[in-house]
Design a protein around this ligand. Structure first.
Ligand code: 5GP
Length: 125
């Protein structure tokens, strides 16, 4: 169930379709808790999205409503993806957009992993 007045989960969002296999993705990792795949419009040399399998529309929803096992499983999957991609030596950035001011486009909670060059300041000046 959505929390704190958030809208209900939309089963037709693009990541729900990717999780169901209704539309393809360039998969880099999957386990019981998460699926990771390349972003269709990369904003860095490497831009991977990591999405939990559960029906959570945002970080706010996930952090409040997911079980401890889902939260731990997703967090470990996120770290595993970065390790598997060999990103730890040079570093990377994780971003999760939540809600209107963040510019969140897809209403299924996801983390962006960005890497492959120095990423500059966290926000434009
Ligand atoms: P948000 O703005 O919600 O944090 O990020 C959504 C991300 O999903 C964007 O970076 C966008 O490029 C990506 N995206 C949107 N549609 C698709 C799609 O069909 N496939 C993949 N792989 N990425 C998508």
């Amino acid at each position: 169930m959505p929390v704190n007045g958030l809208p209900p989960y939309d089963d037709d969002n693009i990541f729900a379709k990717i999780l169901r296999g209704d539309i393809p993705c360039r998969k880099v990792f999957e386990d019981e808790w998460a699926l990771a795949f390349h972003d269709i419009a990369p904003q860095a040399p490497l831009h991977v999205l990591v999405v939990p399998r559960g029906r959570y529309c945002s970080f706010a929803d996930f952090s409040a409503a997911a079980s401890p096992e889902e939260i731990a499983g997703f967090t470990r999957a996120l770290g595993q993806v970065a390790r598997d991609l060999g990103l730890e030596a040079d570093g990377y950035r994780i971003i999760a957009n939540m809600g209107e001011h963040s510019g969140q486009e897809v209403p299924h909670y996801h983390a962006h992993i960005l890497a492959g060059r120095p990423l500059g300041k966290m926000l434009p000046a």
